[in-house]
Design a protein around this ligand. Structure first.
Ligand SMILES: *Cc1c(COP(=O)(O)O)cnc(C)c1O
Length: 409
């Protein structure tokens, strides 16, 4: 590929001075608006990654950016050592919004997950009476919950956990979308288990949509054994899948919900763990926290980010446009496409390698034609545009996808 001197400058600098823990698509962005981004040469692209669903409300959303800037001029950070004028509004707002007694605010998604695991273990110890050294948490193969040592302990992807040992004890992995496996594991370890943690759709695994009723059955099994059901909605939550929470597809109200990504409206890292008093109040002052968790600016931004989703009916939009997207993709006849799946605007196209070309080549071709998306797990391309995209834009984007795939045939 040929790059301009400007592009080369940015890419070379990053390559020279940054840790090599990512492999970006070779495009250098400098501007974003709604569903679009622009590179340093002024070329316009559809953003069909949305920073892994952190930009549901669209790039540089004017209402969110205004709230950010107004608050930034007033007060940004107090730490939790003092009260401030924004945190309480956010706590009340998210309580009313999702219907949980309390919120524990953090920053990254992984921290939200860590918080849920700590709350679960604490509850298991204090409320369920499991001895500390026995406590177990059940998780699913193929999961992605983040990158801290404890969180990667749950992963079965060697590139996530290899050579980072010793890992954290107390986890049991079972297959995803397999209620029998959960039943068997709970029959055996139910007494010592405090929680089951699951993604309502496995995002990083390649948008793995479980069978209808899977979450509900898991929830019921958990409750039969007095085990907490934790939904990691960091990627699937906040309207992404055509429901406010993806768990709602199965009419499940999880005991704990982890949010992140779009909670920060695409401008700040904001995560949260939601739970009721019985779980949340087992942690007392000084027993968990974060300097930035729930910081003044983040609290203000999160309210605006959630408000925008409701005001603009992004949940309904996501469900409707998801159907349009999948229907339009299904019309493309190509030896490269072996499957299209997803819910709302969280979708994946499975690419069958052909003529020595695979998902990465398709992404490079789409980039040339003005659409950005990235493979996950080599043969799967995730398509998850900002939820502010319009129906006409979806159709235009699918034309680009079709043209790109065709040109490789
Ligand atoms: C992205 C993600 C996380 C981790 O969030 P970070 O902000 O990257 O730490 C956790 N769980 C799920 C389901 C995710 O998609």
């Amino acid at each position: 590929m040929k790059f301009t001197a400007k592009e080369k400058h940015y890419m070379d600098m990053e390559s020279k001075y940054g840790a090599k823990n990512y492999h970006p698509l070779p495009v250098v962005l400098e501007k974003g608006k709604g569903a679009f981004v622009w590179d340093v040469n002024g070329k316009k692209y559809f953003d069909f990654l949305s920073s892994y669903s952190a930009i549901n409300q669209g790039h540089c959303n004017p209402k969110i950016v205004k709230a950010l800037c107004d608050q930034a001029h007033k007060l940004c950070l107090t730490s939790r050592a003092f009260y401030n004028t924004c945190l309480c509004d956010y706590e009340k707002y998210i309580h009313d919004y999702f219907g949980y007694d309390r919120v524990l605010p953090m920053n990254s998604g992984a921290e939200g997950v860590e918080t849920a695991l700590k709350l679960a273990r604490r509850w298991g110890n204090v409320k369920k009476g499991i001895p500390n050294n026995k406590i177990k948490i059940i998780c699913c193969k193929g999961n992605f919950h983040g990158r801290t040592i404890t969180v990667i302990t749950m992963s079965d992807d060697p590139s996530s956990y290899s050579n980072y040992g010793p890992l954290t004890p107390g986890f049991i992995q079972i297959p995803y979308n397999d209620t029998k496996a959960l039943e068997k594991t709970l029959d055996k370890y139910g007494k010592e288990t405090c929680a089951f943690i699951v993604e309502p759709i496995q995002g990083e695994a390649g948008i793995m949509v479980p069978d209808d009723g899977y979450l509900k059955k898991c929830y019921d099994l958990c409750h039969k054994h007095n085990v907490l059901f934790i939904a990691d909605e960091v990627q699937t939550g906040i309207a992404r899948t055509g429901r406010m929470l993806c768990s709602q597809w199965d009419n499940v109200r999880p005991d704990m919900v982890i949010l992140g990504k779009a909670l920060g409206g695409g401008v700040l890292p904001v995560s949260a763990c939601l739970a009721d008093d019985d779980i949340m109040l087992n942690i007392a002052p000084g027993e968990h926290g974060s300097t930035f968790g729930g910081f003044t600016l983040a609290a203000r931004v999160a309210v605006e980010a959630l408000k925008f989703v409701k005001d603009e009916h992004l949940t309904e939009k996501s469900e409707k446009l998801g159907k349009v997207f999948r229907a339009e993709i299904a019309k493309i006849k190509s030896p490269y496409i072996s499957e299209i799946r997803g819910r709302g605007l969280l979708n994946a196209v499975v690419i069958k390698p052909h003529n020595g070309k695979e998902a990465w080549d398709v992404c490079l071709e789409m980039m040339k034609n003005g659409l950005l998306a990235k493979p996950t797990h080599r043969h799967i391309i995730r398509f998850a545009p900002p939820l502010v995209i319009t129906e006409a834009q979806i159709k235009q984007a699918v034309k680009i996808i079709a043209k790109s795939i065709k040109s490789l045939e």
